[in-house]
Ligand binder design. Structure first.
Ligand code: UD2
Ligand code: MN
Length: 493
């Protein structure tokens, strides 16, 4: 009996202590939240620089000279950061807007594919949370950086979403780095994008408005802006974006380092319902595409993961809309193919060109820009021009396993242990189209118990008895995911 009571007492004691002192549940947490809300605590950060919540409160005094002889400085605008941190209200600090059922009506989404009622009730100068990697807060960039023209194509964009894009750029970029902001209207018919927009922009002398003479689609609209641009660099943004803290210097710095660079910010998600601002799932990833040319984000392969994940990394293809490029290099690359219609595919064209022409394409973790991913495409596509089916692969000597994602495409098919390997519509029934990747680098066909062999002179692939010592049965698998392959091999037993 006594032992039980003692235990009970001990337990109650522990509970009280936990409530008082544990950092995230205890009373201390209430105190801390209040303190941080009212008067953020100033602490000493790395290099003895005072910080509030991990953000420096004044610039590191002098530019520093790096080993390469380059002078670098702290480009943060601490005054603006403080101003932003002090803002409160709907959607401030990138918080979701408290939606009611009346805000959710279809009508709110119809014109833009995102909730314009909510957008209209959030300040054009709203603050967003600084969700950068902590290391970004200490980084220095070239003291002299090229300036940039910001090019924003738009077609029937919402008033508040368009203006918030412009305000966020002007609010969060060093003025000397912005040569101009060029809004390029792709033949919108909405009234608010005509006289009212022009009147509004009179107060923002850096902003110019250009208009296409007919509906051109986003690619030729961007080209019109690029042709009119004066900046040393051109930076493209969609018409429904929000630039995050210090987004621009990290981009321009990489171009200053190598003018043949195309650099992309991390694209964050502005929720199309409530306008909450957060990272994409998995945050930093590389751009890739599948056999249908659908853009995909894939994890950064281990060879490329650096110790410091706030450092730039190379990406095969970009998402499309948000990037900076040296203006002259853009034209040396030939700009975009002017035959690209309305929407889509242009990101592959520019990505392939930059890699094939000796340039590089990078994603820059310390540069973040939010983008509203729409719920659906709200605009009309004239003449039913197909979107994004721009490329096809003519070459089909690939191994296409008839998995559920590719059931309508062509797959390698073999009917016997010595037949040629043919391409046949994927039927998804495994059987003749089932292949296994083997560790000895061969491609094994379980149903015929044989392996793919090749005759390079006759450009033929055929089935043969498996023999790991035969070089023509050895296939080179580049960058395979062993875990997925092993799971696949196990499941297909
Ligand atoms: C993505 C890209 C987008 C573009 C597109 C096509 C991001 C964040 N977005 O789709 O930039 O690369 O893929 O590959 O990477 N617009 C016009 N005329 C038109 C249609 C659109 O000017 O006929 C404008 C539109 O207002 C916007 C931009 O072009 O500013 C991109 O269009 P979107 O926002 O509909 O494309 P998105 O974000 O779905
Ligand atoms: Mn967009």
């Amino acid at each position: 009996m006594r032992r039980k009571e003692k235990r009970l007492l001990q337990f109650a004691g522990l509970l009280i202590a936990a409530l008082l002192f544990l950092p995230n549940v205890g009373l201390w947490s209430l105190y801390r939240d209040r303190v941080f809300e009212n008067s953020p605590e100033i602490v000493e950060g790395p290099g003895g620089i005072p910080q509030i919540q991990g953000v420096n409160v004044r610039p590191q005094k002098d530019a520093q000279v790096g080993r390469d002889g380059m002078r670098r400085k702290d480009w943060h605008d601490y005054e603006a950061i403080r101003r932003d941190a002090a803002r409160s209200g709907n959607g401030e600090q990138g918080k979701p807007f408290p939606l009611t059922d009346t805000d959710r009506v279809d009508q709110a989404y119809r014109e833009n594919g995102f909730n314009i009622y909510v957008s209209d009730r959030i300040s054009l100068n709203r603050s967003v949370a600084d969700i950068r990697h902590p290391n970004c807060k200490q980084k220095l960039y070239g003291e002299k950086l090229p300036n940039t023209s910001i090019i924003i194509p738009f077609h029937n964009e919402g008033w508040s979403s368009l203006l918030r894009t412009v305000h966020s750029v002007l609010n969060r970029s060093p003025p000397e780095l912005i040569a101009e902001v060029i809004l390029v209207d792709d033949f919108s018919d909405k009234e608010h994008l005509k006289g009212s927009l022009e009147e509004y922009m009179v107060r923002l002398p850096k902003v110019r408005i250009l208009r296409t003479k007919k509906r051109e689609g986003l690619i030729r609209t961007r080209l019109l802006g690029a042709a009119a641009a004066n900046g040393e660099v051109i930076t493209f943004l969609d018409s429904h974006c929000e630039a995050n803290i210090n987004w621009l210097p990290p981009l321009l710095d990489r171009i200053a380092d190598n003018r043949k660079s195309i650099v992309c910010p991390m694209i964050d998600v502005i929720d199309h319902d409530n306008f909450g601002y957060e990272t994409q799932a998995g945050d930093a990833m590389r751009g890739a595409f599948d056999w249908e040319m659908y853009y995909k984000r894939i994890p950064i392969p281990s060879e490329l993961t650096k110790d410091d994940s706030s450092e730039p990394f190379e990406s095969p293809v970009m998402a499309g809309g948000l990037f900076a490029v040296d203006r002259k290099w853009f034209w040396e690359l030939g700009g975009y193919d002017t035959g690209l219609e309305i929407w889509g595919g242009e990101q592959y064209e520019i990505s392939f060109k930059v890699w094939m022409c000796g340039g590089r394409m990078e994603d820059i973790p310390c540069s973040r820009v939010g983008h509203i991913y729409r719920k659906y495409v709200p605009y009309k596509v004239p003449g039913g021009v197909s979107l994004a089916r721009v490329f096809t692969f003519g070459w089909r000597e690939d191994i296409r396993v008839g998995g559920p994602m590719h059931t309508k495409k062509v797959c390698f098919d073999a009917i016997s242990h010595n037949s040629p390997v043919t391409l046949y519509d994927c039927h998804g029934l495994k059987g003749n189209q089932l292949w296994r990747y083997r560790k000895d680098k061969s491609l094994y066909h379980p149903i015929s118990n044989s392996c793919i062999d090749s005759n390079p002179t006759e450009r033929k692939v055929f089935m043969n008895t498996c023999d790991p010592s035969v070089p023509s049965q050895q296939w080179l698998f580049e960058k395979t995911n062993t875990t997925i392959l092993e799971t696949f091999n196990r499941n297909s037993n």
